[in-house]
Design a protein around this ligand. Structure first.
Ligand code: FE2
Length: 241
């Protein structure tokens, strides 16, 4: 039987972007919704974002590096990264504004997970199988993907973290990054996501970009008196630097 999975990741508290994707596609038509982590930080809607996943059945979610840092702050630990004060502001704002129920939800999530569907073993990672902070791009050396494929018990790796969408098949292993819902780095601010279809052992992947109301996210940043660098990041679809 055919199974359809909606692949999301790196939402970064950008609920206007998430909402737009959910309006474009009907989330009820998917067998599973996967989230590769980084629910939080750099937009002002961590509660709305987490709550959407909390209240939904048939989701498979993991933590990203920004979520792990938020949990650290909530436990009273000091942040080592990011170094730049303007970037740290968003971590402190998020931890102060996060509803305790949403903090507990993050606390309950693993760093990586796996499942079997249609007899296919699928791994979900923020970075890679070996390292949740490793960034892989379509331009990363083929040897790196080969190395990951060699030791992998999974036929499909669903990954996030680099915010760059790709789909590669190396040594029979499928590597999929849906791109970032709420914080693209390629100069195109549109929200990115992917759909994975499994049909009698056949694997297919489609990537999509959806324009969303960027100004809705910017307005909320301004209302909360957060640094302008975040508004520029969303408007230009580029990394903070
Ligand atoms: Fe991210």
């Amino acid at each position: 039987m055919m199974k359809k999975l909606l692949l999301l990741g790196d939402i970064h508290a950008n609920y206007p972007a998430l909402k737009t994707i959910l309006r474009h596609i009907d989330p009820d038509r998917f067998d599973w919704i996967i989230n590769t982590g980084d629910f939080t930080v750099y937009s002002t809607f961590p509660n709305e974002t987490i709550q959407w996943f909390r209240e939904r059945k048939k989701t498979i979610c993991i933590l990203g590096n920004t979520d792990r840092r938020i949990l650290k702050i909530l436990k009273g630990k000091k942040l080592k990264k990011p170094k730049r004060e303007e970037k740290r502001v968003m971590y402190y704002w998020t931890s102060q504004n996060l509803h305790p129920k949403n903090g507990s939800y993050l606390e309950s999530l693993p760093k990586q997970t796996d499942f079997t569907l249609d007899h296919i073993r699928i791994g979900v990672f923020h970075g890679t199988f070996y390292n949740p902070n490793e960034e892989l791009f379509p331009s990363s050396p083929e040897s790196r993907f080969y190395h990951l494929s060699k030791d992998s018990p999974y036929q499909i790796h669903i990954m996030g973290h680099s915010h760059v969408p790709y789909y590669k098949i190396v040594n029979g292993v499928h590597f999929i990054n849906p791109g970032s819902v709420g914080r693209m780095f390629d100069g195109d601010p549109r929200a990115s996501y992917a759909i994975l279809t499994l049909s009698s052992g056949k694997i297919s992947v489609e990537h999509f970009r959806a324009p969303y109301p960027v100004e809705e996210a910017v307005k909320s940043l301004k209302k909360n008196r957060l640094p302008d660098i975040y508004a520029t990041m969303l408007r230009t679809g580029k990394k903070l630097n």
